[in-house]
Ligand binder design. Structure first.
Ligand SMILES: Cc1cc2nc3c(=O)[nH]c(=O)nc-3n(C[C@H](O)[C@H](O)[C@H](O)COP(=O)(O)OP(=O)(O)OC[C@H]3O[C@@H](n4cnc5c(N)ncnc54)[C@H](O)[C@@H]3O)c2cc1C
Length: 220
């Protein structure tokens, strides 16, 4: 969104971006995004929460909302409700009433179909934890450690600690991040955020843009 605003500010400054979100609010970097759009792209970006989409016209340029009626635009980008793909649903890994694959966070083995390990966005994330490439990569290491332990007849490591970082470019040369750490809670049998660990950018900067590019090269 911020990159589209960056593009429009240079190529079509009268352009408008209407962001309709079926969620009640922005989930990550809320304050940073709102102040960025207000200060850097004034009057260009509007954010509308609780916007439940009911229909998309055949030409794809008219969308209909339960509460506010029809909206037309020159370009519409609809993001459908997210869920694990058909491959995993057909394999019986997703419970009938769920959208995601529940796993044991010590091994990433499915809790529904033993012997199958699942990583990444398709898993039922622990409460309050994001789906991200960084989390997927870190979970892969937890999973690998569990497989290595098993091959030696050992249980998986008992207290995995993993981290998350999410970088957002807000223009051609500035970025901002949110980061967090979580650890396994044996009592609750889930990953839980570590209070006081992690952080949030104060504002987007050029240095963070370099960090973001470094993050991409590292994770790839
Ligand atoms: C705009 C945006 C910004 C993001 N920024 C960040 C960030 O800064 N940091 C971060 O950590 N994460 C970020 N993420 C999230 C990150 O991209 C995802 O969490 C990550 O890609 C999940 O990896 P995955 O391998 O689980 O799934 P995916 O990357 O979605 O890969 C799944 C693959 O499986 C393929 N597939 C599905 N079904 C089949 C089938 N039957 N046969 C063969 N292939 C199949 C799909 O085509 C896809 O290529 C961002 C995401 C978006 C959309």
């Amino acid at each position: 969104m911020s990159l589209v605003a960056h593009y429009l500010s240079r190529n079509n400054p009268k352009g408008k971006i209407l962001l309709f979100d079926s969620n009640p609010d922005i989930l990550a970097k809320r304050g940073l995004f709102l102040s960025l759009w207000r200060e850097r792209y004034p009057g260009m970006v509007t954010y509308d929460p609780n916007a439940e989409l009911t229909a998309v016209a055949a030409d794809g340029l008219e969308i209909d909302f339960a509460a506010r009626g029809k909206v037309t635009a020159d370009l519409v980008n609809v993001i459908p409700p997210q869920r694990a793909p058909a491959l995993l649903r057909d394999a019986g890994l997703v419970p009938a009433k769920g959208n995601w694959v529940p796993v044991d966070f010590l091994s990433h083995e499915s809790t529904v179909v033993p012997g199958i390990r699942v990583l990444g966005d398709s898993i039922a994330s622990a409460p309050g934890l994001p789906k991200s490439a960084h989390m997927a990569s870190q979970s892969g290491k937890v999973c690998a450690a569990a497989i290595a332990a098993r091959s030696r007849g050992l249980p998986p490591p008992a207290e995995p600690v993993i981290a998350n970082t999410c970088e957002s470019f807000v223009g051609a040369d500035q970025a901002m991040h949110v980061a967090g750490v979580c650890r396994y809670d044996a009592g609750k049998r889930t990953m839980t955020p570590v209070a006081g660990a992690g952080g949030l950018s104060k504002a987007p900067t050029a240095v963070e843009a370099l960090h973001a590019i470094g993050w991409v090269y590292n994770i790839l």
